[in-house]
Design a protein around this ligand. Sequence first.
Ligand SMILES: [Zn+2]
Length: 163
Amino acid sequence: MTEKQTYTLGKTSLSKLNGVHPNLVKVIKRAIELTSQDFSVNEGLRTLDRQKRLVAAGASRTLNSKHLKQADGYGHASDLIPWGDFDGNGTKEISWAWENFYPIAEAMRAAAKELNIRIRWGGCWETLNDTTKPTTQLVADYVALRRSVGKRAFIDGPHFELA
Ligand SMILES: [Zn+2]
């Protein structure tokens, strides 16, 4: 029998949480202890210049991103990317495969509920605290709902923000 592997955030991940709201940081730091899928912090606080470039490139849809410094002086969003030896070749790398994002979202929900801090996930744009549906189902439901009204689904698996 093997014990559940536990993960920790690396220096680069921790540095990317600088300027991010302490409540979101708390949830991320608890989630890394709970998650079955290791992750790294890809981005936290973002400058308006960078946000403008992302919108122009179609990588973001709004200039009101929660990654920007909010009225309280903090960024309210962070992007988490799966990290691991996915090919089994002894090299760790990031993964953009959806299946690897779901366990991270589950861990973020568990941490958010435990800490009573409300977190919205970009995979479905729902507040995870309010639902017990599996995260796979949340994404499927969101996509189906958007399609039913003839709209494009903008799913952003790495993205978590304060709700
Ligand atoms: Zn984001």
